[in-house]
Design a protein around this ligand. Structure first.
Ligand SMILES: NC(=O)c1ccc[n+]([C@@H]2O[C@H](COP(=O)([O-])OP(=O)(O)OC[C@H]3O[C@@H](n4cnc5c(N)ncnc54)[C@H](O)[C@@H]3O)[C@@H](O)[C@H]2O)c1
Length: 320
C-alpha cells in the first residue's frame, strides 16, 4: 500500500514517513519545502517537490497511491493574523485542490492534520469533539474550514476521512542514531523554546495571572511518535464514506511552569525564564478529551511529558 504524505519534509510529516516505512508501507511525499527540509526525506521515498496549490504536482504525487496523510500547510498563529490570505490559500484552497484531484483519480481515503486551535477558547475542559469551534485566529479558522470541507466531501463524493485534531505535539524520533526533530524557524512551540532558553535570551512566560493553580497557561502535549501511531490507526480504520473528527492529545494538562520544571530536571540546571504579559487570543486551559480516540482508534498515548522533554532535549543537545 502506498501512502502520499503531503508535508512529508516537515516535523510531523517526516516522522510519519519514517514510521510508515518501518511498518512496510510505500511512501510518496509532496512538499514545497517552504518550512520543511528535504534532508529529512529518506532515499527510498518518491519525493515530488511541489505545492498543494499546483494540480499537476498533486496529480504526479498521487500516482500509484492508495491513501493520503495530509500534513502540508501553514501553521503559525501569529503569521496567520498578519497574512490571513496565505492561510486561506494554502490551507483551504490547497486542500480543495488535493481533494479535487483525489476525486478525479478515484482515491477515497484521507487522514487530515486538524488542530485544537479550531476550538478557540472552549467552554468545556477536557474538550470533546462535540464542542462547537469558535477559532480565535485565521489559522484555526482555516483548519475548521477544512474539517467542514471533508464532511461535505464525504457525503457528496463518498470519501472516507478522519480529521485528527492535535493539541501540542512534542518529542522526536531516533532513526539509526540520528534525531528527527522540530526544525521550525521561528520556533513557537514551548518545549523546544524552553530547552533552548539562555540567560541572555530567556524563554518568555506569557501571563502569570491566568485562572490556573500556578497562574500560567495549561496545555496538553502528545509525543510525535504516539501522534503518528494514531494516524496509522486512523488510516487502517478508513473504510465507508464518512468523516470523523478525533482529538489526539495526552488527555492531561500541564502548566507552562510544570513544563519548565520538567525541562530543568532533564537538563540538570534551572532554565532561565522571564515573565511577560498575556498574548491576545490564548485560552487559559486547552486539554483534550481523548475518549473518542480510545474507543474508535483503540489508541492512547504511551509516552509522557518526561519522554517528550527528554527526546526533544536529546535532539537539541545530542551530547547529553
Ligand atoms: N506541530 C504541532 O504542534 C501541530 C499542532 C496541531 C496541528 N498541526 C498541523 O500538523 C501539520 C504539520 O505540522 P508540523 O509541525 O510538522 O509543521 P511543518 O511546518 O514542520 O510541516 C509542514 C510541511 O508542509 C509543507 N508545506 C507548506 N506549504 C506547502 C504547500 N503549499 N505545498 C506543499 N507543502 C507545503 C512545509 O514545507 C512543511 O514541510 C500542519 O498542518 C499543522 O497545522 C501541528
Amino acid at each position: 500500500m502506498r501512502i502520499l504524505v503531503t508535508g512529508g519534509a516537515g516535523y510531523i510529516g517526516a516522522t510519519a514517513v519514517a514510521i510508515l516505512l518501518s511498518k512496510g508501507f510505500e511512501v510518496s511525499v509532496l512538499d514545497d519545502c517552504s518550512t520543511g527540509h528535504k534532508d529529512s526525506i529518506p532515499e527510498n521515498v518518491r519525493f515530488i517537490r511541489g505545492s498543494i496549490l499546483d494540480s499537476t504536482a498533486i496529480e504526479d504525487a498521487l500516482t500509484g497511491c492508495n491513501a493520503v496523510m495530509h500534513f502540508a500547510g501553514k501553521s503559525l498563529v501569529s503569521e496567520s493574523v498578519e497574512k490571513p490570505d496565505l492561510y486561506r490559500n494554502v490551507n483551504i484552497e490547497g486542500t480543495r485542490l488535493l481533494l479535487e484531484q483525489m476525486q478525479y483519480m478515484g482515491l477515497k481515503k484521507i487522514v487530515f492534520s486538524s488542530s485544537a486551535s479550531t476550538y478557540g477558547d472552549p467552554a468545556i475542559s477536557p474538550t470533546p469533539e462535540t464542542q462547537i469551534g469558535i477559532p480565535t485566529n485565521p489559522y484555526g479558522e482555516s483548519k475548521l474550514a477544512v474539517d467542514e470541507m471533508l464532511a461535505r466531501e464525504s457525503s457528496v463524493n463518498g470519501i472516507s476521512a478522519i480529521s485528527l485534531r492535535y493539541f501540542n505535539v512534542a518529542g522526536a524520533i531516533n532513526i539509526n542514531g540520528q534525531w528527527l526533530a522540530e526544525r521550525h524557524n521561528p520556533e513557537t512551540h514551548l518545549i523546544p523554546m524552553v530547552l533552548r532558553s539562555k540567560p541572555d535570551e530567556p524563554v518568555k512566560i506569557f501571563g502569570t495571572d491566568w485562572p490556573t493553580p500556578d497562574g500560567t497557561c495549561i496545555r496538553d502535549y502528545v509525543h510525535v511518535i504516539d501522534l503518528v501511531d494514531a494516524h496509522v490507526s486512523a488510516l487502517n480504520s478508513l473504510d465507508a464514506p464518512s468523516h470523523t473528527i478525533i482529538n489526539v492529545g495526552g488527555g492531561i494538562g500541564y502548566s507552562v511552569r510544570e513544563v519548565i520544571t520538567a525541562s530543568s530536571r532533564a537538563l540538570g540546571y534551572d532554565i532561565p525564564t522571564v515573565d511577560a504579559s498575556r498574548r491576545q487570543g490564548d485560552p487559559a486551559i486547552l486539554v483534550a478529551d481523548i475518549s473518542r480516540a480510545k474507543s474508535l482508534l483503540n489508541w492512547e498515548p504511551v509516552r509522557n511529558l518526561e519522554d517528550m522533554v527528554r527526546d526533544t532535549a536529546h535532539s537539541i543537545h545530542p551530547v547529553r
